[in-house]
Write a protein that binds this ligand. Sequence first.
Ligand code: FES
Ligand SMILES: [Fe+2]
Length: 477
Amino acid sequence: MAPDETKPTNSKSGGRKDAVQPYSGYLQRTPPAPEHHLTEVGPGTPMGEYFRRFWHPICLSEEIGDVPKNIRILGEDLVVFRDKSGSVGLFQPFCCHRGAHLENGIVSERGLRCCYHGWLFDVDGTVLETPGEPPSSTLKDKVFQGAYPATEIKGLVHAYMGPPELKPHPPHYDLFDVPGAAFAPFSTPFPNNWLQSHENNVDPVHTVFLHQRITEQFGEPWAVLPHIVWDVTNNGDGLTHLDGRRLDPETVWIRFVHTLVPGCSFIPSTWELGAAPLYYQRALYMRFTVPTDDENTNVLGWRVHGPGFPGGDAALMGPGRTDMEGQVDRSDTLSHEEMQRTPDDFQAQGTLWGGQTLPFHGAEHLGSSDRGVTLMRKTFRNILDGKVPEAFPKPATEEPDGARPRLNYSFDALVNVKALADEKADFDMIGALGRDMADAAMEVAQSTDDQGLRDQNTKAAIKAVEAAYQAKHQVLR
Ligand code: FES
Ligand SMILES: [Fe+2]
């Protein structure tokens, strides 16, 4: 039967019928339909409404000056400002009187005053003044400017854009409570759908090729193909992958990466770690994949620095800037050809399916090394199907004493475990070693809210795992 070129397909497993032959370009000209369900984030879409159940960072505090700032989040155009008393407001852009754009509003002692007829709005949208109306007017008591709750946390403005009655407490992460930890906010916009950015966090194979073998960005150890073990946390509120690598006959590097729904990723070091042993080094980046709209994404977060968080240069962090290699558009300093010769996430993730489009999952051919991507999509499908209650934040009304900090389990460790004589056995052993270390680290994490104590106990637990493997595996290759 002749292929129907006009009819898009949407196979979840990837691949189009009749294209399994050489020189099949003619048969593959028409892309399949995008997976709208997972990728679209506008108001009323399944994923968009899921995103709206959470607080998200939307910009850096330093980006709000003394005039309102236009901002686009989840496909909605908004205006963010800070009034002179220090309160942050996030408004729908058009004045509820007659529609003047509030980017031209005047920041006031309390709230924002529309420039057209002087209506004054508090940060929650309450109309404080309608100066053109007679004193007896009650008009201001009957209308509200459309506003979303916003607050500032460690230099990032956060907003909640979901149903008011379901609003959770503003986020609190375990890393906030690590003694001595400091937080440098940053943002890195990408010209791609949010899911492409977030899937990049669970794709450790791309770091081997894109970030080291092709463009030498991360350091020599990254060129080693790791033993990867993927898993889900808490019935599907997040994913983990551990990447185990043998660096030399004495040394194994375990990197454990945890992502949480909907778009949180906790990324350990992206540099070389130095000499073993290093029993427990936490994530250095807290990153949040925040959809700008269906075609653009902003990854915002904090570079964690201070004692116990070495490497890089936290002073480089800021709006549109990060000290992590490969995350920013270099077109202002490099020619197009230079970027072709040194591709990074901007040239790879940022151009998936052409960039600034919904991804065509039906045209992909996922392998076993893409298990993170497969698992992530499955997790989100399950969430949208209502199968994972753990993946929804509790409304603040159900947590009168405040929210428990969200735990992340990411870490790096370098341990001394000798190579087994048989290469395949050694590769398998590295996977088991990593699994045991990760299990030990997660058990400690759940045992205490004291993050200083958790550091100490996790180091001891990973050291004990190392000792057990040293005792079991004595044979040098
Ligand atoms: S349009 Fe804003 S006060 Fe009239
Ligand atoms: Fe990357």
